[in-house]
Design a protein around this ligand. Sequence first.
Ligand code: THU
Length: 142
Amino acid sequence: VTSVVPLPANQAQALMDQAEAGAYHSFSPYSQFAVGAALLMQDGTVIPGCNVENASYGLTLCAERTALVSAISQGHRQPVAIAVWAQITPHHAITPCGACRQMLSEWLPPSAPVVMRHLTTGELVQRSVAELLPHGFVLPSI
Ligand code: THU
């Protein structure tokens, strides 16, 4: 499994701060759980994201995927890192769900850092996209 090429600590913290700012726009009336993301592009642009919940629950979009589709829809195609921030999660860092891991694995390099926050210690944790989704689905060429 491809290991992480981490962001320097100050850059990781700056990206996490932007993920926290992204959570400001969270639409989460059902879970009351605000999540923010910040996607760093190759050219240094940072695209924010937040979770957008839906009355059907299942159509809810996570912060990571809204950041990704926002970036792509604005013409940014080379994400190199992402940070994820959540309001309250005692004892755990928030880590991307399975659906988000699949999308991240299709848009970011395998070694790209996913920056998460250990919410008891406040410490930033960085794992590679490949570590979060080993053996992910790849469309076979036919
Ligand atoms: N959520 C995210 O936005 N990102 C994650 O990594 C985990 C879950 C959202 C989806 C839903 O709106 C809320 O958190 C509770 O599951």
